[in-house]
Design a protein around this ligand. Structure first.
Ligand code: DP6
Length: 406
């Protein structure tokens, strides 16, 4: 008997121009365009298997081995329904010999290779992997941009994880949402030197979710209207140009400004939302000082790193690969690590990090931050720009022959 199953992986993306605010909460249409860097799946990914079988009685979903309810009319149900509709329209109605998979129920198992406790948003890679795996199962003849329309309805930021490299989500203007989709500004091969250091900042208190936080911002923040009308449109143009020209100085300037404005509109919300904490702000101080020195004419006059923060205290530091050793040494000096740094790119050889001191650039004022207690940053992940979703072989399936997670 034929087995209908597909397994794919999808990447995490971290925005440089932030999506924050919806003009349609059901279709997930944003109030402004956004732009992100897709991160390498060798380090961070969601893996999803989708399997269709005439014998299944209902659609079921398991996240990291635990079954989750698929709420009728909810985001997951919407994505599954949209993909079944495309299967029927684009495959079954065209080829009468094609198996009628759109009428079968599906079992979906998804797994993140990074701990949820790391505080990294898993909804973007998760909904992108779900969309890509069902599209593969259904043999949909759709480019990633078309699939981004569906992933967007799972979680807005997920639409950008359907593509690799540098990706824009065009807000669009149509009520249908058909022009609110992700497009590639440049592939990862255009600027592979862009690396990222994720600083996992400990946070015990439960924060405000993106979904509810941004809705409150739309309802109460006057600053958000200024951002939407007068700031983001020009930044989208300017950062796309910076990416095309591989101009890191400009890329960094815009990325940091946009992170700061996103956190300003969070603060401008009533009641205010605080996503960054003292550790987050100390990381900003260190990177700003690092750039102050780099901007001196005698040092070349260009920024060497950019921080950005999403709806939580974690920092993501973007920098050209050549600066990463210096940046990691500096971060570990101010934020001593409990665990041995996982040196994914072999920057430190057998010496290990920290040997030979923090290696501050000449003129760096080390008083901008104190040396924090162990665990203020509980982990560092060094990764880089990467590609879009990947299809895996049947041997990588997360579902067994009985249709349940292995
Ligand atoms: C701060 O995509 O998680 O990370 O569409 O409600 O699921 P929903 O929100 P989500 O919001 C992400 C917000 C952000 C900025 C960004 O990724 O652009």
């Amino acid at each position: 008997m034929a087995v209908y199953s597909a397994t794919t992986t999808a990447p995490v993306n971290i925005a440089c121009i932030k999506y924050w605010g919806k003009r349609d909460t059901k279709l997930i249409l944003p109030t402004n365009s956004s732009l992100s860097v897709t991160l390498d799946q060798d380090h961070l990914r969601s893996t999803t298997t989708s399997r269709a079988d005439a014998a299944y009685v209902k659609d079921r979903l398991w996240l990291n081995g635990v079954e989750e309810e698929i709420k009728p009319g909810g985001r997951t149900a919407t994505c599954i329904a949209e993909l079944k509709r495309l299967r029927k329209e684009l495959v079954e109605d065209v080829d009468s010999a094609a198996p009628t998979l759109s009428s079968f129920s599906v079992h979906i198992a998804s797994y993140n290779n990074f701990p949820t406790a790391a505080g990294l948003a898993s909804s973007a890679s998760g909904f992108a992997a779900l969309t890509a795996s069902l599209a593969a199962l259904y043999s949909l003849p759709c480019p990633p941009t078309t699939l981004s329309l569906i992933a967007r309805q799972g979680s807005g930021s997920a639409c950008r994880s359907l593509l690799g490299g540098f990706v824009a989500w065009n807000a669009g203007t149509l009520d249908s949402g058909l022009d609110s989709l992700a497009v590639q500004v440049a592939p990862e091969t255009h600027w592979p030197e862009i690396h990222a250091l994720i600083c996992v900042v400990s946070d015990t208190k439960k924060g405000t979710s993106s979904t509810s936080g941004m809705q409150r911002t739309v309802e109460t923040s006057p600053l958000l209207q200024h951002r939407i009308e007068h700031v983001v449109p020009q930044r989208m143009i300017d950062i796309s140009t910076a990416i095309r020209n591989r101009n890191f100085d400009r890329f960094a300037e815009i990325t940091m400004a946009d992170s700061n404005q996103f956190h300003a509109v969070a603060l401008d919300t009533s009641p205010p939302i605080f996503y960054m904490n003292d550790v987050s702000r100390a990381i900003i101080a260190v990177i700003e000082e690092y750039n102050r020195v780099a901007l001196l004419p005698e040092n070349g006059g260009k920024r060497k790193a950019a921080y950005t923060y999403d709806a939580g205290p974690n920092a993501v530091i973007y920098a050209p690969a050549a600066n990463m050793k210096e940046i990691i040494s500096m971060i570990i000096h101010f934020f001593p690590q409990q665990e041995v740094f996982k040196d994914s790119f072999g920057l430190f050889g057998t010496d290990g990090v920290g040997v030979g001191g923090p290696g501050f650039v000449s003129g760096f004022n080390a008083n901008v931050a104190k040396t924090w207690e162990l665990g203020a940053i509980k982990g560092l992940i060094h990764t880089r720009v990467g590609g879009g979703p990947r299809k895996l072989g049947q041997e990588e399936s997360l579902l067994g022959d009985n249709g349940l997670p292995k």
